[in-house]
Each structure stands twice: as C-alpha cells, then as structure tokens.
Design a binder for this molecule. Structure first.
Ligand code: OAD
Length: 242
C-alpha cells in the first residue's frame, strides 16, 4: 500500500508498461518496438534529415496501432486518484498515447510528445492535432518546412521540463509505473526526488535498471496493482467509521 496523507503531493512517472495491458507494445524486451526497428532509422533528427518518408511510415504505423486502444484499470486508477487529490497529483508520462486522458486524467505532462500531434520542423507554429497517416512523403507546412511528428526523438530535449521541475520540487511521494529506467532524463527523476527525502515506489512486473533508488518496488502488472495500491487519509477515516 502507498499511504497518501492530506499534505502529500504525488508525482507519478509512467512508461510504456502502463499501456501494455491496453495492447500497445513496449519498447524493449521480447516483442518490443525496438526489436523491429532501429532507433537510428526512425527516431532521431539524423533519421528525419535522411529519410522523412521512412520516419513517417514508422509513426503512421504507430498511429494506426494506437488508434483504437482503450485505457486499462491502471490508467483508470490514476484518474480516480486525481479525482481525490486534485492538484496534488500529476502524471508525467513518457508515453505518446492518449490513454491517461481517455481514462479521465487531466494533469498530464507528456515529456516525450504526443503521437496524435504534428508540428513544423522549421517554423514555430504550435503543435497541432493530426490523426493522419503518411506513407508517401512528409506533408509541407505553409512556410515550406516539413511537418514532423510531435515526438521527442533521441538526441532532442524532452518537453515540459520546467513544469516537471516545479512538480518534482513540490512532491512528497514519487511513483514510477512500467518504465525500464534506462532512458534519461526520465530515469533520473527518482534520484532527484530521493535527494529531497521523498518516498519513492516502483510498480511493474520486472526490476527496473534504477531499482536501487526506490524505497519499495511492487512487482506485478500495473492494471492489477494500481487499483488497490493507494490509501488516502479519507479512505482510512472512512474505514475507521465503519
Ligand atoms: P520500456 O519498453 O523500456 O520498458 C517498459 C517497462 O514496462 C518494462 O520495465 C516492463 O517490465 C514494464 N511492463 C511491461 N508490462 C507491464 C505491465 N502490465 N504493467 C507495468 N509495467 C509493465 O519502456 P519505457 O521505459 O517507457 O522514448 O521507455 C522509455 C522511453 O524509451 C520511451 O518513452 C521511448 C523509448 O525509446 C522515446 O521514444 C523518446
């Protein structure tokens, strides 16, 4: 159990594992996305410069694969926790799918971007919603630049870092869910929380690479563990009354 008191602020970092039970492939390990593709060919600025068509084929495939996926009990458990905690909970996700929002979460920071948004690779036009798939060539912006996926590629700076800093600074409980702990800066957030003396928990079926930094690891599937994992003070009082 993870106890959340009335003064606590909870920072949840999610990774591909929380969407695994919704049928979206994780990146590493057997059947992972990076088994079929090389990062250097589809997920870095050099790949985009070399072959934007191939990059768009990869992200079009991911758009098609994610399009009909539904949130699972893990996503819903975090949305319900936000209903209880309000602004005292934030979900910082490395995932580019929309499943946290579809489950009802509102305070979501997408540090690696969003699969269903695109942006220009030249002008500073804001990222825009885009559900299209592109097989033949990359579409062009009115400025002449190429429209690219709004995804943080390897070698690029993740998004929302200022807000992540603010939330991390204020949190008193840190929970990582379904992330292998090998991609930075996300994998380093737990160390920054621990330096402040924050309690830190991991939820997932396997030991993450940074497991030594957590106060406690809960081994199992997010969809099975998260719905019963958090006890808020209200819950405790409610039980005492009965
Ligand atoms: P990984 O594929 O590296 O790790 C997925 C984690 O989810 C593993 O630790 C699994 O044990 C765990 N897992 C699998 N099924 C689970 C379940 N049902 N419940 C909970 N956990 C489960 O994915 P990430 O750590 O998210 O970046 O990868 C981080 C980043 O690397 C991604 O955002 C992506 C990737 O390259 C970019 O594309 C920039």
């Amino acid at each position: 159990m993870i106890a959340v008191g009335p003064q606590d602020r909870v920072f949840v970092l999610t990774g591909a594992g929380i969407s695994a039970e919704s049928g979206i492939a994780t990146f590493r390990g057997a059947g992972g996305l990076w088994q079929g593709y090389r990062v250097e060919e589809v997920a870095c600025p050099e790949a985009w410069a070399r072959d934007p068509r191939l990059v768009w084929q990869f992200y079009s495939m991911r758009r098609q694969a994610a399009g009909d996926k539904k949130p699972n009990p893990g996503h819903f458990a975090l949305a319900r926790l936000e209903e209880r905690l309000g602004e005292r909970l934030v979900v910082c996700t490395q995932n580019v799918d929309e499943l946290h929002e579809l489950a009802g979460s509102r305070r979501v920071l997408h540090m690696h971007g969003r699969l269903f948004q695109s942006r220009c690779d030249r002008c500073d036009r804001a990222p825009f919603e885009d559900h299209n798939t592109y097989q033949d060539q990359a579409p062009r912006c009115h400025c002449g630049g190429l429209i690219r996926p709004h995804i943080c590629w390897f070698g690029e700076m993740p998004y929302e870092l200022d807000r992540i800093d603010d939330e991390l600074e204020q949190c008193t409980v840190f929970v990582a869910v379904g992330t292998s702990g090998v991609v930075y800066p996300a994998a380093g957030l737990v160390a920054r929380a621990r330096v402040k003396g924050v309690r830190a928990y991991y939820v997932g079926p396997e030991e993450p690479a940074n497991s030594g930094l957590f106060s406690q690891c809960f081994y199992g599937k997010a969809g099975e563990l998260l719905p019963g994992l958090f006890v808020t003070t209200q819950d405790t009082e409610g039980r005492r009354r009965h």
